[in-house]
Design a protein around this ligand. Structure first.
Ligand code: NAP
Length: 357
């Protein structure tokens, strides 16, 4: 545990050693100083490790019932863990009276668990019958502040999205697999003959269905019999929930690209009202969590390399659709570990603490 500031609410971070957990520990000192004790928890493998948080070293505890001792009403427990770990252990934390913020897929479709992006539907975090609030998937999170602001302005009726997803969305295993593959293909004359990249990378493609170095993989998640992937359906369902548009038409294609951190998406959004790029620009310029960077002639446009390590969703290439006066097209990039996970979780936790204070 870190410095005892016992009068303020405690924050426990389960999964503190993972890709999202490490990002959260970097973010915490940059956020409002609302927390008392900060407790770090991970698997038995990491027990005893020492990590820096808020400028001090803290020992990582193993995830056991005892790890929640002393936590209670007013405290918040973040789960930045695989879904099966969140599903098993979040109820243990809520049984102690703490509120859980879960960043996994475990509760995102549970009607008794609000799915929250503070810039869009922060109010929803107040009603949490199970004592749990969920954050969305990192693809949903990358676009939803921009889409939500446009929906508030023009009333969304249809959304078509393609993702260009970073390897880091698959956790440490994903970014390590891409780095390993890149080192295997680096400096070789590849891509000239069929099978070159596959031969260099070998059988072990990590969490991806094919080599990701010098390549793209045309789905993420599990493929179903009807051809849609679990990830595509999740983004569709989450978008509907967060915007409270149960029958919104949504079509998503998830594609993995050889980027370590930073998701990019192309978005086509169709509205009830006529839209033009100029008015849409004004809406996005005022939208919380969104930065419009859209002057390609001056070298101003978003890329995942520029979005990595930053908090907002960066929007560019904003155009009115050529054949439809009710539709807009744009490109958006966001850091999958920050707005896609750790930052969103921190923002929800701060909302809850503000409400309980
Ligand atoms: N990466 C992203 O961009 C992203 C974005 C949005 C949401 N998410 C979601 O956020 C969660 C964490 O993702 P991640 O990318 O940080 O994964 P990760 O890098 O694999 O880290 C997983 C974390 O969970 C801990 N953990 C694993 N099994 C455990 C167990 N049995 N008991 C206790 N702790 C356990 C790990 O501890 P050890 O180090 O001790 O193994 C580690 O701290 C996942 O549900 C993921 O889907 C990730």
């Amino acid at each position: 545990m870190t410095a005892n500031r016992s009068s303020a609410p405690a924050l426990a971070v389960v999964g503190a050693t993972g890709a999202v957990g490490s990002t959260l520990l970097q973010i915490l000192p940059t956020r409002a100083d609302v927390w008392g004790d900060i407790r770090l928890i991970a698997s038995q493998r990491s027990a005893g490790r020492r990590l820096a948080v808020r400028g001090e070293e803290a020992e990582v505890l193993a995830l056991t019932e005892d790890a929640f001792d002393g936590l209670g009403p007013g405290d918040v427990v973040l789960f930045l863990t695989p879904a099966e770990v969140s599903a098993r252990w979040a109820p243990v934390a809520t049984a102690r009276g703490a509120v859980v913020v879960d960043q996994s897929a475990a509760f995102r479709q549970d009607p008794e668990v609000p799915l929250v992006v503070p810039e869009v539907n922060g109010y929803a975090a107040r009603i949490r019958p199970r004592g749990i609030v969920a954050g969305p998937d990192c693809v949903t999170a990358a676009m939803i502040a921009a889409v939500g602001a446009l929906h508030a302005g023009f009333s969304l009726v249809e959304l078509t999205v393609s993702s260009y997803q970073a390897a880091g969305a698959a956790g440490r295993a994903g970014s390590q697999a891409l780095r390993r593959q890149l080192s295997l293909v680096a400096g070789t004359a590849l891509g000239e003959a069929p099978g070159d990249v596959r031969r260099a990378v070998g059988e072990d493609t990590g969490p991806f269905a094919a080599p990701l170095a010098l390549n793209v993989v045309p789905w993420s998640g599990d493929l179903r019999e009807d051809g849609w992937s679990s990830h595509e359906l999740a983004v569709r369902a989450e978008t509907r929930r967060i915007l409270d548009l149960a029958s919104l038409k949504v079509s998503v294609t998830c594609v993995q690209v050889p980027v370590v951190t930073g998701h990019s998406l192309t978005v086509r959004a169709r509205f009830e009202q006529r839209v033009d790029a100029r008015t849409a620009r004004e809406v996005l310029e005022a939208a919380p969590g969104v930065v419009l960077v859209d002057d390609p002639a001056a070298g101003e446009f978003p890329t995942p390399a520029d979005a990595a390590g930053t908090d907002p969703a960066w929007v560019g290439r904003l155009r009115g659709s050529l054949d439809d006066r009710y539709a807009l097209e744009f490109f958006v990039c966001a850091d999958n570990l920050r707005k896609g996970a750790a930052l969103n979780a921190a923002q929800i936790a701060e909302l809850i603490v503000g409400e309980l204070a």
